[in-house]
Design a protein around this ligand. Structure first.
Ligand code: URA
Length: 240
């Protein structure tokens, strides 16, 4: 890859013009190379590139955890509304991150953003049955009958038969629900099927990855290696 392309698109250090200026002013060094020019070929995985003396860190993929606030859409862009991608820090902007799955505009909580399409596919594939845990505030207390119906697999208003899910009382008029699929408005529609309205919804877990309780609404950070494994058990495994 050309050095200027690597610095601009691979590392997000500015436009091609910006990075050409950096190179020409001598701020960029590569181990074992002299006469560095914008068109110099670099291997991001092998060559050691330094900017102002500090080694550049090349990463193909990034994985971020956002505590999605209400009022933004789970999309990369929207003509009118703020999106979850507006919360992506500047240093990751060049990586074209997208949300893994959708949360409704009024749903809060755990939203993972990445540019790792294979991982997103693994997590979202209906065959994967990845558990997603939500806390729902309802307009009534759930009953033991509701719990049994969720366990048996609810039938939604359009006839869709849900997979068995786990429902438990979490607080007064508040329930914890774990679902293994991700149909449009699924949790709200499931409660509607037992005659209850969801007043507020928060995702707290995806697979074994928990929302960091220290992240306030709108706060975002990178996942740790351990969290990444909790999110994606099949990471590094054979192709599915
Ligand atoms: N189910 C819903 O109804 N809404 C969400 O945002 C997520 C799951």
């Amino acid at each position: 890859m050309r050095l200027d392309k690597y610095l601009a698109s691979g590392l997000g250090l500015g436009s091609r013009t910006d990075v050409k200026k950096m190179i020409k002013s001598g701020r960029v060094k590569i181990d074992g190379m002299t006469g560095i020019r914008p068109e110099t070929a670099v291997d991001p995985y092998c060559d050691k590139v330094y900017i102002d003396g500090a080694q550049a860190r090349y990463r193909e993929f990034a994985y971020l955890m956002l505590n999605k606030p209400k009022g933004c859409v789970s999309a990369t862009e929207d003509a009118k509304l703020p999106t979850v991608c507006d919360y992506v820090p500047q240093e990751f902007k060049h990586m074209n991150l997208f949300p893994v799955g959708r949360l409704d505009i009024d749903t809060e909580g755990l939203c993972v953003l990445t540019n790792d399409g294979r991982m997103a596919h693994r997590l979202l594939s209906p065959k994967s049955h990845v558990p997603k845990t939500y806390i729902a505030e309802l307009d009534a207390q759930i009953t033991t009958e509701d719990i049994e119906k969720f366990k048996a697999g609810l039938i939604l208003e359009d006839g869709f038969k849900c997979k068995p899910s786990e429902l438990e009382i979490y607080g007064v008029n508040t329930a914890k629900v774990v679902i293994y699929e991700g149909k449009f408005h699924q949790v709200k529609r499931m409660f509607s099927a037992v005659g209850k309205n969801v007043l507020a919804l928060r995702r707290i877990k995806m697979n074994r990855l928990c929302l960091d309780g220290n992240l306030g609404p709108g706060e975002i950070r990178e996942l740790t290696e351990t969290e990444l494994e909790q999110l994606d058990d099949k990471r590094g495994g054979a192709d599915e």
